[in-house]
Design a protein around this ligand. Sequence first.
Ligand SMILES: NC(=O)c1ccc[n+]([C@@H]2O[C@H](COP(=O)([O-])OP(=O)(O)OC[C@H]3O[C@@H](n4cnc5c(N)ncnc54)[C@H](O)[C@@H]3O)[C@@H](O)[C@H]2O)c1
Ligand SMILES: [Zn+2]
Length: 371
Amino acid sequence: MTETIERLRVELGERAYDILVGPRLIERAGGEIAPLMRRRQAVIVTDENVAGHYLAALRDSLSTAGIVNHAVLLPPGEETKDLDHFGRLAEDILAIGIERGTMLVALGGGVVGDIAGFAAATLLRGIDFVQIPTTLLAQVDSSVGGKTAINTAAGKNLLGAFYQPRLVLADTASLATLPRREVRAGYGEIVKYGLIRDADFFQSLEAEGPAVCDLEPAALTRAVMVSCRMKAAIVAADERETGDERALLNFGHTFGHALETETGFGDRLLHGEAVGLGMVLAFDFAVRLGLASGQDSHRVRRHLAAAGLPTELSAIGLSGSAADRLLAHMGKDKKVRDGAITLILPRRIGEVFVVRDTPAEKLRAFLAAAR
Ligand SMILES: NC(=O)c1ccc[n+]([C@@H]2O[C@H](COP(=O)([O-])OP(=O)(O)OC[C@H]3O[C@@H](n4cnc5c(N)ncnc54)[C@H](O)[C@@H]3O)[C@@H](O)[C@H]2O)c1
Ligand SMILES: [Zn+2]
């Protein structure tokens, strides 16, 4: 069987790069990366879980392509995205003896991509890096667009940089070892693309969603490609999120980040789950404001629930009594401008828009009544 690798270009002028999507790209990584290198040295950053599955294959592939390679392993989990781990990672990489032409290779989920990307942005004032995302969330979202960051005591992703990779290799076969819950969480971000500006894609997911979540190759590659294409187009139009365009990608995220903060950024609620529930809340709130229809809101909740994602606060052990705390978390969101809460709200499935000056009182009343 011939395996199709799809290729997509992120058009960012001199920072343009390709995204490759398809099975077994890790085994081909050396051949894909070598032409981009200024110096045949690579440092792989990965986490212990991913290393157990794919580090050997990646190192083999790099070595076969004549690339001298080193690996730095991080503990898995969101806790890794902090200043302590970042400091140690930077020291470990520098201790290897890197130069400006060294390539950093981020092998893993969004945690590895974000911390390794930020290391690439800052080491020696910036070295090239490649993303090899191994979670569904990272393949459709975090590896595309050049946002890199770590968390601080003040909040999530508050220390970072816009820094584009030279290449993204989304090996769809690597998802086979990903826990099912992580697959479903990543699927939440796929649904997001349909909701923000492609009603037809959302409709196709209503039919193909189960196949995507079961990692059926054709449906999976299609969903990853549509997602990456949309994110790439939005990023190309608004690389540094100065206009409203790129902010639309934050649909579900202001609510979602508040839920993540409230539940402690841990196993209780994964990022993609928080985004899924955040999108449901955004639809419900939009219905309450008279902006969207209850029918659309219902359809979104039904689809996410069918995919096995939480769609009620009670499902994650929260209730309306958390309203004030959630509102406070939302007030700390980066998307706050001049003190007013900015939300991305839907008009309908396939169309969302930026609402500045969301009346805090209405939002509080809505959250207090949410189940
Ligand atoms: N930069 C961006 O634009 C952006 C966008 C969205 C999310 N993010 C960030 O991404 C992070 C979440 O990323 P994530 O959901 O990928 O989580 P993650 O990186 O923590 O990975 C989830 C878990 O799966 C394991 N894992 C990864 N790949 C595996 C595989 N193929 N087989 C088996 N296990 C595997 C990991 O070790 C980890 O335990 C958050 O920190 C979030 O802030 C960044
Ligand atoms: Zn996200």
